[in-house]
Design a protein around this ligand. Structure first.
Ligand code: SF4
Ligand code: SF4
Length: 292
């Protein structure tokens, strides 16, 4: 499998497909749209997730009417019982990880029906908190949690959507940022690149003038290796970042781990800090494995 990024930010493709090789840009082709005589068609899909990221879209109170005006919403079960699952879709927003046997076929169908597919949230982009099971044994967990384990059908791992189909763009976070979601949808409608920076959380702290919790208070914080996008929410209230936006491209996780050890964290605590909400994202997964 090879990466085929369209942009250097959070654009990804971990699966090589003919579509991935030919794709060059996000956006809705105005010629196609005019020929159809309609608005770009949206589908919002859910796999293993808590629905919090779809909730961010639903909570765009001031922008919802404009979005409903600009997009034809064909499939959005959280918002409507009027569903046209067959599409086709100009834009598919996909929440949740691939976690159950039926997901494997469902995600292929969604990809085949969608021009642009965007994954939203830590579950869809890294496997989510439920990917903690990837570090253990599924049967052990199922037998401990469920009184009737024979009724449980789950894959041994919870994985990111991009492990299974070509993804055009990832929006990170648990949940995603409303600002980034609106910026991405706007960019797709206008056929331009989204202005979403590939930078560490630390730059957010500097931009907003938040005191560094590590330098000032000696608190462990994953900010230096985490993708910015939340507006440095946790440092803004004096606590360290736990990495819910996942690893920044090119993050130096080894140096981060060394600093955490210097701050007095045990090896187990360093492993667990990387192995959390986005712990199955490659850079964090590899760093946590170094502290087994
Ligand atoms: S990323 Fe977080 S908020 Fe979004 S669906 Fe997953 S658990 Fe919920
Ligand atoms: S500071 Fe870190 S953990 Fe907190 S919301 Fe932002 S990315 Fe997530």
């Amino acid at each position: 499998m090879t990466a085929s990024p369209l942009y250097s930010g959070t654009q990804v493709s971990r699966v090589e497909t003919p579509a991935a090789q030919g794709a060059t840009e996000l956006g809705v082709d105005p010629t196609e749209k005019d020929a159809r005589g309609g608005r770009p068609r949206l589908g919002v899909f859910k796999f293993a997730s808590c629905s919090g990221c779809q909730g961010v879209l639903l909570s765009c109170e001031d922008e919802l009417l404009a979005l409903a005006d600009a997009l034809e919403i064909l499939y959005f079960p959280e918002a409507s019982s009027h569903l046209q699952e067959e599409g086709p879709f100009d834009l598919a927003l996909v929440e949740g990880s691939i976690s159950a046997p039926e997901h494997l076929e469902q995600i292929q169908k969604i990809r085949a029906r969608s021009k642009t597919l965007v994954t939203i949230g830590a579950c869809a982009t890294s496997g989510g908190i439920q990917a903690l099971r990837n570090f253990g044994n599924l049967d052990d967990f199922v037998h401990r949690v469920y009184p009737r384990p024979e009724f449980i059908a789950a894959l041994a791992t919870s994985t990111a959507v991009a492990e299974h189909v070509k993804v055009d763009y990832e929006l990170r976070g648990c949940p995603i940022s409303k600002r980034q979601l609106l910026e991405l949808i706007t960019a797709i409608l206008l056929g331009r690149r989204p202005e979403i920076r590939n930078e560490s959380l630390c730059l957010g702290c500097k931009r907003y003038g938040y005191v560094c919790v590590t330098v000032a208070h000696g608190l462990p914080c994953l900010g230096p290796v985490t993708m910015n996008g939340c507006g440095a929410l946790c440092p803004s209230v004096g606590r360290g970042c736990y990495g819910c936006f996942g690893p920044k491209e090119g993050a130096n996780t080894e140096a981060m781990a060394q600093r955490m050890l210097q701050l007095g964290m045990s090896k187990d605590d360093v492993r667990n800090a990387f192995r959390f909400i986005t712990g199955y994202a490659q850079a964090f997964r590899e760093e946590s494995a170094r502290h087994e």
